[in-house]
Design a protein around this ligand. Structure first.
Ligand code: DON
Length: 305
């Protein structure tokens, strides 16, 4: 059987990433992430109904951090439907992921579910009818079903590390609570949020988990088609925070990043792509991961535009 030409593209992109000298800076505000080797790089492409292709360190688990926000959003929409939007908006913020600036101006309603304030509200909404253990159990079940892999788990050390140092998130949660936009005690919602961010996956697992956003034959049907479109729209407009415009311009695909250096991108109807490189750019998104996605989009012609 002839080798898949896509494999050659992934190998080429991985070789280029290995040679890169400017790799960005690993997140150090979560101490447990500060010691991750920035020399690592992985890419994986999952096309529904076909074997997942990988290159680089695609079997190494990493902290998915904010990529978890899209899975929790899918869960929250499944439970609350459009009621969620009375508590969180759908507009890009143009501010850093942990910014408090607009929250004061806009009276405690975060701009979107992907900035930290909006994700904390989304998690709080899932906690309306569930204990933290139940909410995290539901999140893991969703991710495991999406990836088709029961081994995916939460790294408790990473969660504990952020619990000890996540002062900005504590401030955001209390500020939300002062506006009545947090229904549970801040410590409870934050504990759940820190654990959701500490989900660990390999690049191959993450690409597989993203297939539910791709649609088409062979993709897991975990959310409706209409909702899939909306989650993709939010990933495109808000998934990279104040770097969302730059990502849309360079890559042209919906994507969600995390400070662990992972990015999940969706080629609607075609593929789910995960990249991982721990060094970040000044927006807090993977530097080489973004470059790799830019190269992949250019070499395959994949784009929603
Ligand atoms: O709340 C935080 O700061 C982290 N747990 C997640 C932030 C994050 O991943 C931002 N993404 N690039």
């Amino acid at each position: 059987m002839a080798a898949d030409p896509l494999q050659a593209i992934l190998d080429e992109i991985t070789a280029e990433a290995r040679d890169a000298t400017e790799r960005g800076k690993v997140a150090d505000y979560i101490p447990e992430l500060a010691c991750i080797d920035p020399g690592q790089f992985a890419i994986a492409v999952a096309r529904p109904g076909q074997p997942t292709l990988t290159a680089g360190d695609a079997g190494v688990p990493f902290s998915i951090q904010s990529v978890s926000k899209l899975f929790m959003l899918a869960l929250a929409l499944g439970r609350l439907g459009d009621r969620l939007w009375s508590r969180v908006g759908r507009e890009p913020s143009g501010q850093a992921f942990d910014s408090m600036l607009l929250l004061e101006l806009e009276k405690g309603r975060p701009r979107n579910p992907f900035i930290n304030a909006g994700a904390i509200v989304t998690t709080d909404a899932v906690l309306e009818g569930a204990t933290p253990r139940e909410a995290l159990g539901a999140l893991l079940r969703f991710i495991r079903a999406a990836a088709g892999d029961e081994a995916i788990h939460i790294n408790d050390r990473v969660a504990a590390s952020e619990t000890a140092t996540g002062h900005r998130n504590v401030a955001l949660a209390h500020y939300l609570r002062s506006h009545g936009n947090l229904r549970n005690p801040p410590e409870m919602t934050l504990g759940t949020y820190f654990h959701q961010c500490a989900v660990e996956m390999s690049c191959a697992q993450l690409a597989d988990a993203g297939r539910f956003l791709v649609g088409g034959a062979g993709a897991p049907r975990l959310v409706s088609k209409a909702r899939t479109r909306r989650i993709n729209a939010l990933m495109m407009t808000c998934g990279h925070y104040d770097g969302s415009g730059d990502y849309a311009f360079r890559v042209g695909l919906p994507g969600k990043s995390g400070v662990g250096g992972g990015i999940l991108s969706v080629v609607p109807g075609v593929a789910s792509v995960a990249v991982w490189s721990p060094g970040l750019n000044h927006y807090g998104n993977s530097r080489l991961g973004t470059e790799a996605m830019e190269r992949l989009a250019a070499r395959t012609g994949w784009s929603v535009f």
